[in-house]
Ligand binder design. Structure first.
Ligand SMILES: *Cc1c(COP(=O)(O)O)cnc(C)c1O
Length: 434
């Protein structure tokens, strides 16, 4: 007889809290102290000269990125959101231009387009990669489309060959949002180096963190220059730098402090180790969960490297128990799991009401076609959010194989008790099981 579910008053699989959080060591502490001792907390000045490009730790962090990614330009910024906005603007979008984005991602992957007065157009995702579906991207293209923002969601590479082929054919740029995938590989190549630019995040919850922060990488010198201008009040230096193309060089303050950069240098050295921990724990989880039927577990194509920012599980069969009930039951056993990811971005009121800048509909009014975000726009994203996707963040430092075994045990226990959960489903739902 199976043990009674914790949800129904039985004992929990796990009572200890689940571990997780940043990995910060002596290197970061010493680096921060040295910044404090130096008195130079930010090396940036908005004026022509050496300090336009930031202080020594910012440059050290950028140098580490140049080396790891083997690209000519890396630009530290104070968030990935700032980096995404700077890149979209630097790529020269005009107000009303369209940029294709996925609906299932952190909000900034789409809001960065609005920040540049351009219009996000949502293409659907694929229910195996959870990244943009190339066919849906193709269908979303209009004469106003200028680019595509690809998100390597949950640490898994998007199908870049297909997306780059579409982009090449239509002369579109491609930006890679790598916030969840530093060190992930696509066909042996590092994500972030495949499109026109790659953007990374160091916010509190990312694989490596500086509290807030990010980096943009690119091979394009003109793009790098514009990102530098946007990062640091560009309008005051364009003349001195002989920057003739003024389009979208209006500057924000997207500068990273020396404190963050000092933490970032130490954190970046830990990236490979932290990714390997995630990969090993994820492999353990996949082994443990694969005997359970009805679950689609992550698979990685050859040459790929999933870095498991989150471990996604898709309910691929109707178990007669709603996804949310399943999540509730697994969570009650004391392990971290959640249902869905964020809701499709276009469900947010800002998109539904198309109110962004002021009251008159800008930037949507800059378009010559009506821009609508109806429900059902991206059916796969909506279905995954509402019914099929489960996520766990169990596969991360400092969790161990023993911790992950508890996740497996919680799933096993719930799957042994599916009948008890089915009893909780509304009659109509139970009736419809056939
Ligand atoms: C975290 C995240 C961002 C934003 O990063 P910030 O550094 O917090 O601005 C953008 N895109 C994705 C996919 C993210 O996960």
């Amino acid at each position: 007889m199976a043990q009674k579910l914790a949800l129904l008053g039985g004992p929990k699989v796990r009572t200890k809290p689940f571990p997780g959080g940043p990995c910060i060591g002596q290197e970061e502490k010493e680096a921060v102290l040295s910044v404090l001792d130096s008195g130079l907390l930010s090396g940036f000045l908005a004026s022509p000269g050496d300090a336009f490009l930031g202080g020594p730790w910012v440059r050290k962090l950028e140098a580490a990125f140049l080396k790891y990614f083997d690209v000519p330009f890396a630009l530290a910024v104070n968030s990935a959101t700032a980096g995404l906005h700077a890149v979209v603007a630097a790529l020269g979008v005009e107000p009303g231009d369209e940029v294709i984005v996925p609906p299932t991602t952190m909000t900034a992957s789409a809001s960065c387009v609005l920040m540049a007065s351009a219009i996000p157009v949502f293409a659907d995702i694929d229910d195996r990669t959870f990244c943009l579906d190339p066919e849906s991207v193709e269908r979303a293209i209009t004469p106003r489309t200028r680019g595509i923002i690809v998100v390597h969601l949950f640490g898994n590479a998007a199908p870049m060959d297909e997306i780059l082929a579409i982009a090449r054919k239509r002369n579109l740029w491609v930006v890679e949002d790598c916030a969840q995938a530093p060190g992930a590989l696509y066909k042996g190549k590092k994500v972030g180096t495949l499109g026109d630019a790659g953007v990374f995040s160091f916010n509190q919850n990312k694989t490596i963190t500086t509290g807030e922060g990010g980096v943009v990488i690119t091979r394009d010198p003109a793009l790098a220059r514009k990102v530098q201008l946007i990062r640091n009040h560009g309008e005051v230096v364009t003349e001195a730098l002989g920057q003739e193309d003024l389009v979208n060089t209006l500057g924000w303050n997207y500068r990273m402090t020396e404190l963050e950069a000092a933490v970032g240098v130490g954190q970046f050295e830990r990236l490979e180790k932290l990714n390997q921990i995630r990969i090993d724990l994820a492999a353990q989880l996949t082994r443990g969960l694969s005997p359970l039927s009805g679950l689609q577990l992550p698979t990685v194509p050859s040459g790929g490297r999933h870095v498991y920012f989150l471990y996604p599980i898709r309910l691929k069969e109707d178990l007669g128990v709603a996804r949310n009930r399943l999540v509730e039951a697994i969570k009650a056993e004391g392990v971290p799991v959640s249902g869905g990811y964020v809701r499709p971005i276009y469900w947010e009121p800002l998109y539904q009401k198309r109110v962004v800048f002021g009251k008159k509909g800008w930037p949507f009014t800059a378009s010559d076609r009506p821009i609508l975000y109806p429900k059902g726009l991206c059916p796969v994203a909506e279905r995954l959010y509402e019914k099929e996707l489960l996520l766990t963040n169990a596969c991360r430092f400092p969790a161990t194989v023993e911790d992950v075994k508890d996740v497996v045990r919680a799933f096993e226990k719930v799957f042994e008790n599916l009948d008890a959960l089915r009893e909780l489903e509304p009659a109509t739902k139970r009736g419809s099981r056939g």
